[in-house]
Design a protein around this ligand. Structure first.
Ligand code: FES
Length: 496
């Protein structure tokens, strides 16, 4: 490790440019010297947009202003963090930001430290300070990139492509976690959820006993229908009977697609439901086909999807989106158990590598007891799920919900003997759907589901804890919450 000598505010500091300490900001932090930041997060690439961390460096006798968060360390560097010129620059930045977002408490506090109570500029009424943390965490850590910076100058804002309802957001809440002003929670076209939102949604949409491990429910059972299908064919059977009995006008289901592996589409005839049977394990967008179905005049629509898809629809329901645009509609959420989903193209390549078969020509894909099983030309091929490596979608590691806790009815294979589905009924709507279907019932193995649900939650919490640990210390200190447990932090109400 090469050691470097630098001088910060007159103090000689011996440091190294390795192990994550390779910027002026980090070296100052290690030496206990405070430099204010807004757009910096240690888990993300340096960005340098707010310029609040501006410092003066002296190199070869020449003075220069740089942003400390992305300026690399060099031997012999002289850094001044608090000259009169720098204080004036930070005052101007704070004034401009406060004029943009005059009601933001965090900005008011930071501006107050520079003696600014009321900015000289015309006040706007924004909440977003354009630090970029939300879209950077979404792209760099979660791997989804549902939002980004749009437009320039005074029109600059954070938004989805074309301001449309997001087809990609998985409602993981990572953007809400890093947003210093909570402005991200006001966005109507993405679905960031906090633990508190989830609790409130459980109260609003679901009924039954509270179950910390598996979510609110009225009943849990193992069921097998007469449909020849995956794990008891319960999803197929419920949809078929729902359409036959007039409970449903149609359902949004994943169908095989030559080009994309799978795509979501409306099915409104009982016989056609059979063609969509079988889980696809590929993340697809359900928002566009759902809106199309409602625009076509379908009033009672079921949506079959993964836990993240259940969250996105619930968020829209909570915002009152559906009653406003499509009065008298009823949406039934059938959530699948999901440990992780795949990127189809990567999965296809991996399957060729492992088994030498083309996934496009496969008849069935299945995940059971940690195994990925694919059937092609009547022959079964299998491997451990972990052998699929990079084919797993990145965002899945930020989802702690195995059992679709926000669905009306959740269905999966875990916890039931072979040939049966585990069914968790979570609302009266879910109960209505199940009662219309015909099936044999058995007991489930609750422990098996609880064990896997806990592993999924622990994995997600571990990833969130990494983000929380990098949040500005002042925010954590202010709210008196520990950075050790992300669940505790997210439960604290700071994001409510
Ligand atoms: Fe360095 Fe924003 S923290 S530019």
């Amino acid at each position: 490790m090469t050691s470097l000598k630098i001088i910060i505010d007159g103090h000689e500091i011996e440091t190294s440019a390795e192990g994550g300490s390779n910027t002026v900001l980090q070296a100052a932090k290690n030496a206990g010297i405070y430099i204010p930041t807004l757009c910096h997060h240690p888990s993300l690439e340096a960005y340098g947009s707010c310029r609040l961390c501006t410092v003066q460096i002296v190199k070869n006798g020449r003075k220069k202003l740089v942003t400390a968060c992305n300026y690399p360390l060099e031997d012999g560097l002289v850094v001044n963090t608090c000259t009169q010129e720098i204080v004036e620059i930070r005052r101007m930045i704070m004034e401009l930001l406060l004029a943009r977002c005059p009601k933001e408490k965090r900005l008011q506090e930071m501006a107050g430290e520079y003696g600014i109570i009321k900015p000289r500029f015309l006040p706007q009424d924004k909440k977003c300070i354009l630090c970029g943390l939300c879209y950077r965490v979404c792209e760099e850590l979660v791997g989804v990139a549902a939002i980004n910076a749009q437009n320039r100058g005074v029109s600059r804002d954070v938004d989805t492509p074309y301001g449309e309802l997001s087809q990609d957001c998985i409602a993981c809440g990572a953007c809400a976690l890093v947003c210093p002003t909570n402005s991200i929670l006001d966005r109507k076209n993405i679905y960031p959820l906090t633990y508190i939102d989830i609790k409130e949604m459980e109260e609003e949409f679901l009924c039954g006993a509270n179950d910390d491990d598996l979510g609110v429910n009225l009943e849990m059972l193992a069921a097998k229908s007469s449909v020849e299908g995956q794990d008891g064919g319960m999803v197929t059977s419920i949809l078929q009977r729902g359409i036959e009995t007039g409970l449903l006008d149609g359902a949004i289901v994943a169908q095989k697609d030559e080009r994309l592996g799978a795509k979501a589409a409306l099915v409104d005839e009982a016989e056609s439901i059979l063609q969509a049977k079988g889980t696809k394990y590929v993340r697809i967008s359900i928002i566009a086909p759902l809106l199309e179905a409602l625009e076509m005049g379908k009033k009672r629509v079921a949506v079959v999807g993964t836990p993240c898809q259940m969250r996105t629809v619930r968020k829209l329901q909570r915002q009152g989106y559906f009653p406003e645009k499509f009065p008298d509609t009823e949406i039934f959420l059938i959530g699948l158990f999901c440990f992780e989903s795949f990127d189809y193209e990567s999965l296809k390549s991996r399957v060729i590598e492992l088994f030498g078969i083309d996934l496009d020509r496969s008849e069935k894909m299945q995940i059971a007891r940690g195994k990925f099983i694919v059937t092609a030309e009547g022959k079964e091929y299998s491997c451990r799920v972990r052998e699929l490596g990079d084919a797993v979608r990145e965002g899945c590691s930020f989802c702690g919900d195995l059992v679709s806790r926000l669905a009306d009815i959740s269905i999966g294979s875990i916890g039931s003997e072979e040939g049966y589905s585990t069914v968790i009924v979570r609302s009266e709507r879910g109960e209505k759907l199940l009662n219309a279907a015909q099936f044999d019932r058995k007991e489930i193995s609750r422990e098996e589901i609880v064990k896997l649900a806990a592993i999924k939650k622990k994995n997600a919490d571990k990833n969130f804890a990494g983000i929380v640990a990098g949040l500005p210390q002042r925010l954590e200190a202010k709210e008196n919450v520990s950075a050790k447990s992300s669940t505790e932090w997210r439960n604290s109400g700071i994001l409510s």
